[in-house]
Write a protein that binds this ligand. Structure first.
Ligand code: SF4
Ligand code: SF4
Length: 375
């Protein structure tokens, strides 16, 4: 089996194909500290792409409450079980990926969810991992916690769904790295569903094919960000192109956040797929959980987030989240503003690092009136 370099686990790994990266790679950063689980992204995606027959149960974008929310049921607990004992040695993953632990005759270690597993998208919503006793005080990290994890297909560099399809119906686009299922070729065997560790391929009960997030490619082609990104109420999301770490360009928002500042991390990097949705980890959650979910970079990421005030460049980059529906190629921070530019250098958006605010006096001389609703 060929060996490929996976920067997220800091080592070479076995993979069924030679290493090959697209010209540009679709990516997004999600800030879990700001997600309020309003599910606007979920509904925006649903009404755009999956309102047809056979798609009733389907959420290409979902938001689950960790630790007890899952869609499908128990997907990551089962993944951890499949991977078995997995150990990080510093930055390097010492266990086996889903490709390296694949049973004989298969390309990836996985399982097929039951129909019932898709039936509870809101299970565990808002449930914390314990109960708060009377008189208990919160410190950081919290003893009792939960957080919201928004999820879409990761448009992985080493996509397990592609390796598993016996019909060769799944492909990764050269121009943007988006992973798509050719609906003409697909026969719904479900091998991709079994192989994807994130369980982001779903069955369509009417067409009898498999379907998944298409990265809103018709929007990307027109220079727009995806629906789940532009509709996000919490402004927690930003799209962009990501480069491999040795080609990182600090003017590109994804490269800057992920590679330069190391603030956002991949989801379960130990699975070995090099997923391209990156998460700013929740700062109130205990380290052991964050390490399991996002890998050993969690500590540095939390430290960077907690000192964000002091880093105007990074703060500026984060203010561009939710500031425009256009695809930002590059950014710059100057004079208290963050600027976003298109690929051909046009200014798309200008966002202040601090929102202007006005404090109204308690006594208004002009109207000779007291304002009782001001502090
Ligand atoms: S997240 Fe799953 S469906 Fe999406 S590209 Fe990766 S393996 Fe394929
Ligand atoms: S729209 Fe944004 S804030 Fe609301 S659930 Fe989705 S990711 Fe979270």
């Amino acid at each position: 089996m060929p060996k490929v370099w996976n920067w997220q686990i800091n080592r070479e790994m076995d993979f069924p194909y030679e290493e090959s990266r697209p010209k540009r790679q679709f990516a997004a950063v999600f800030d879990t500290n700001k997600c309020i689980a309003c599910q606007t992204c979920t509904i925006a995606c649903k009404t755009t792409w999956t309102s047809g027959r056979g798609q009733e149960h389907m959420f290409w974008n979902n938001v689950e409450t960790k630790p007890y929310g899952f869609y499908p049921l128990g997907w990551d607990v089962r993944l951890m079980k499949l991977l078995g004992f997995h150990q990080w040695e510093g930055e390097t993953y010492g266990g086996e990926t889903v490709f390296e632990s694949a049973p004989q005759g298969t390309q990836a270690n996985g399982y097929l969810p039951e129909d019932q597993d898709w039936a509870h998208p809101n299970i565990g919503e808002d449930e914390p991992c314990g109960s708060v006793e009377q008189g208990q005080a919160f410190g950081t990290p919290h003893d009792v916690w939960n957080f919201y994890l928004p999820r879409i297909c990761n448009h992985c560099t080493y996509a397990a769904c592609i390796t598993a399809c016996p019909r060769g119906a799944i492909y990764k686009r050269e121009e943007d790295g988006v992973v798509l299922i050719d609906q003409e070729r697909c026969r719904g065997y479900g091998e991709c569903m079994k192989a994807c560790p994130y369980k982001k391929v779903l069955p369509n009960s009417v067409t009898r094919t498999s379907e998944k997030c298409i990265g809103c490619y018709p929007l990307i082609e027109q220079g727009y960000q995806t629906r789940c990104v532009t509709t996000c109420i919490g402004r927690i999301r930003l799209n962009g192109w990501i480069s491999p770490p040795d080609q990182a360009d600090p003017e590109k928002p994804m490269d800057y956040i992920v590679h330069v500042k190391k603030l956002a991390l991949p989801l379960y990097p130990q699975a070995g797929l090099e997923p391209n949705i990156y998460y700013i980890p929740p700062v109130h959650v205990p380290g052991r959980y964050l390490k399991q979910m996002f890998g050993p970079g969690y500590k540095e990421a939390v430290e960077v987030y907690e000192t964000l005030e002091e880093d105007q460049q990074l703060l500026g980059c984060l203010t561009l989240f939710g500031s425009t529906d256009k695809w930002i190629d590059r950014f710059r921070v100057a004079g208290g503003y963050a600027y976003g530019y298109s690929e051909d250098g046009r200014e798309l958006v200008r966002s202040p690092l601090r929102e202007p605010s006005e404090i109204r006096p308690f006594y208004d001389e002009k109207h000779q009136a007291y304002r009782h609703n001001t502090p």
